[in-house]
Design a protein around this ligand. Structure first.
Ligand SMILES: O=C(O)CCC(=O)C(=O)O
Ligand SMILES: [Fe+2]
Length: 263
């Protein structure tokens, strides 16, 4: 894993709200990530007895991606990959925070001839608000313009608020909330398998249509800076934990949101 970050990479991440690191994994590491993710997704889909994350496979959203959350809780190798302190240090250093917790991991497989992922912000969906939330998006296949690589509206994390944005079938639904962004030119983030794309939880991003007969596989993880507090939304929190919380409480539960790195 390419864990060394240059000052240029850090400043580019902070300025643009995203950063691609080509060849983040070496070939052997990529093979481990692919196998673990494929297995964990397969097991999850078998246990939930549905082929996609939606009951209706013909629904638009079911054809955006197959989405499997918190695979570290069901697959031991995935657990080790996600709890790797070296990875935690990389994301914490990019984000500029002293400690980092897992918010949730998530496999995102865009199916063959799958629909695009509409522009959205991530952080408004989560149970904490932070200008320093960060995600990693690990390409398990080459991510190309043809198969649905990520696209960014650079630096929008500096203007975005925590207000919920809609993500629906319209690629540009977010522009109703942020009209000035409609004039921006989106920047594509194509990358080879084994590359990692990092983004801020408030930068606007989308993914293209998959115009190939093969899936576009990615393994992702969203992170919460240590010290973040509960904002009232449940999102992925367990029912019992959610019901025990009051707005403003520190989110420091090791089972729900493990601290994977601290200075
Ligand atoms: O993979 C995709 O299509 C979308 C990814 C995304 O929105 C994310 O990782 O936050
Ligand atoms: Fe996202």
């Amino acid at each position: 894993m390419k864990t060394e970050l240059s000052p240029q990479q850090i400043s580019q991440y902070r300025a643009q709200g995203f950063l691609v690191i080509d060849g983040f994994l070496d070939e052997d590491e990529l093979a481990v990530w692919r196998k673990a993710t494929d297995e964990a997704v397969e097991q999850r889909l078998a246990s939930t007895k549905t082929l996609t994350n939606q009951k209706d496979p013909d629904a638009f959203y079911a054809q955006v991606f197959t989405q499997c959350l918190r695979l570290a809780t069901t697959h031991p190798v995935m657990h080790d990959l996600m709890y790797d302190a070296a990875l935690g240090q990389v994301v914490a250093t990019l984000a500029g925070v002293d400690g980092i917790r897992i918010w949730h991991d998530q496999a995102l497989y865009k199916p063959p001839y799958g629909n695009p992922t509409g522009f959205h912000l991530d952080n408004p969906f989560w149970s904490f608000y932070s200008k320093d939330a960060i995600s990693i998006w690990m390409a398990l296949d080459d991510a190309t313009i043809e198969n649905g690589c990520l696209w960014y509206l650079p630096a929008t994390h500096k203007e975005a608020t925590f207000e919920m944005t809609s993500i629906n079938e319209n690629l540009g639904a977010i522009f109703k909330q942020y009209p000035s962004w409609r004039q921006m030119t989106a920047v594509a983030a194509p990358c080879k398998a084994g590359s990692a794309v990092f983004h801020n939880g408030l930068v606007a991003h989308a993914a293209g249509v998959n115009l190939t007969p093969r899936p576009r596989r990615a393994m992702t993880c969203a992170y919460m800076p240590d010290g973040s507090t509960f904002n009232g939304q449940r999102n992925i929190l367990s029912k019992d934990y959610f019901e025990s919380l009051t707005i403003g409480d520190l989110l420091d539960n090791e089972d729900e949101n493990p601290l994977i790195w601290h200075k």
